[in-house]
Ligand binder design. Structure first.
Ligand SMILES: [Zn+2]
Ligand SMILES: [Zn+2]
Length: 210
């Protein structure tokens, strides 16, 4: 079920290998950050229903990167635009199963990404603004979405509550990961919302050191 983080910002913390999903209800867009996988289909539909939302009400899905554990449920959101960093998006639009690690999730359907995100691009959901921080390392096109007003970082598989993402998958790069973590550490977060596992909120000076 969704946990309310702030008015109009909710977290669905996955209990299986599918990714966490975050819901941001702006005045212009009803957006998800990542969609999770088929294994969370019923739970996510029920979570949305608890807020009087249907999957068709989602207008935008923002992807932290192009791995199948984050986009497997994409097909549910039939009215949504999809956004991802241009590098990962190119692989996903080609249906590159090895890039997406799709063999862990047989039957994965690949989304068509229409919005190719650039580093530092601002996304205005209406009263909620996100900045795209390009943080290569886990994949070349990994992005963290930063909500600057409250200091919330939606970090995908770049940083978790404990530790950081693996760098041995296609386009992964340990040197770039170290640089990305350094860049993030300078930003000063009040909340960390990763792609897997628990989130952190209300702690000063969250330590992102590897
Ligand atoms: Zn990943
Ligand atoms: Zn993941």
């Amino acid at each position: 079920m969704f946990q309310k983080i702030f008015p109009n910002i909710y977290a669905f913390v996955s209990e299986n290998s599918g990714s966490n999903v975050f819901l941001l209800i702006g005045e212009k867009e009803t957006a998800l950050i990542d969609s999770g996988t088929e294994g969370n289909k019923q739970a996510l539909i029920e979570s949305l229903a608890s807020l009087d939302l249907k999957p068709e009400d989602i207008s935008l899905v923002l992807y932290t990167h192009g791995h199948a554990d984050h986009f497997g449920l994409d097909f549910l959101f039939t009215n949504a635009k999809r956004a991802m960093h241009k590098f990962d998006a190119e692989q996903i639009n080609l249906g590159n199963a090895s890039f997406a690690c799709a063999s862990f999730f047989p039957g994965t359907k690949f989304p068509k990404i229409s919005i190719l995100l650039e580093p530092n691009q601002e996304i205005d959901l209406g009263k909620i603004k996100l900045k795209c921080l390009h943080t290569p390392g886990h994949t070349e096109g990994s992005i963290c979405f930063f909500e600057q007003e409250k200091g919330l970082l939606f970090s995908g598989d770049t940083v978790f509550a404990e530790g950081f993402g693996r760098t041995d998958l296609p386009s992964g790069n340990a040197t770039k990961m170290a640089e990305s973590l350094k860049k993030l550490q300078k930003m000063g977060f009040k909340g960390l919302f990763p792609g897997h596992g628990p989130f952190l909120l209300g702690q000063e000076n969250i330590d992102l050191a590897p």
